[in-house]
Ligand binder design. Sequence first.
Ligand SMILES: O=C1O[C@H](COP(=O)(O)O)[C@@H](O)[C@H](O)[C@H]1O
Length: 259
Amino acid sequence: MSHPPPNAPVLYSFPSPEELVSPLADFVLKAQKESIDKKGRFTLAISGGSLPKQLKGLIKLGDAVKWSKWQVFYADERAVPLDHDDSNHRLCMAELFSHVPIPQNNIHAIDTSYLDDLEELSDAYEKELIQEFAQKDSARFPVFDLILLGIGPDGHTCSLFPGHELLAEEDRWVAYIEDSPKPPPKRITLTYPVVNHAMRVAFVATGAGKIDILPAILDEPEKGLPASRVKPVYPGQVYWFVDDAASSKVKYPKTEPKL
Ligand SMILES: O=C1O[C@H](COP(=O)(O)O)[C@@H](O)[C@H](O)[C@H]1O
């Protein structure tokens, strides 16, 4: 008989998106505390899309959040100016970071002087990661304390899309895509070697728009959808924060949230 791996995904489902906000903030806070207690800093990568607004619970936590210890990177970013409507940075600033006392230098946005050359853009972002991680840790790949991800209705996560050659990237920390099936077409993204070395990855997915893709990801991982391939090396752990509208067709066992 085969046993689930010790770090099998943990699935939390909440009655509504609003009821997920506070437990998600508490989860981030716990990850922050463990990381700062151990290493004096908290490294986080964050997605765009519907995720940033689910992080508003952090705004209410006041002094408990040690913003000066956070180092924030983007799990993926669109190759657009930072004030563009499609920018994940703009969205995260609007929904979260402009409301809290985080030092601007701790938020690592893309270098928009390279927008016309995606190879340069992704190389520059990889160097930004190297500066944060390689000098402090000695691992081959950066070990984020937490990566917060969304999923698309096609099962993509970061800017890793079904069937795309980037799914096979084994070496680079940051890669680029010029043919994203979801607009805008030009983006950069963290790669699996980075995502799969994180200490914790938390997916956040809400709403009926995710109802058919969640069972495909969680119940049929053999399909190899991009989100199913997120499997951090032990002791890294994947968590899912979803609402009942998104998870109603999922057979994968739900865990009672005791965060
Ligand atoms: O294009 C993107 O899509 C995904 C999912 O977005 P959502 O709006 O369906 O939550 C997002 O996680 C990613 O960062 C973004 O670039």
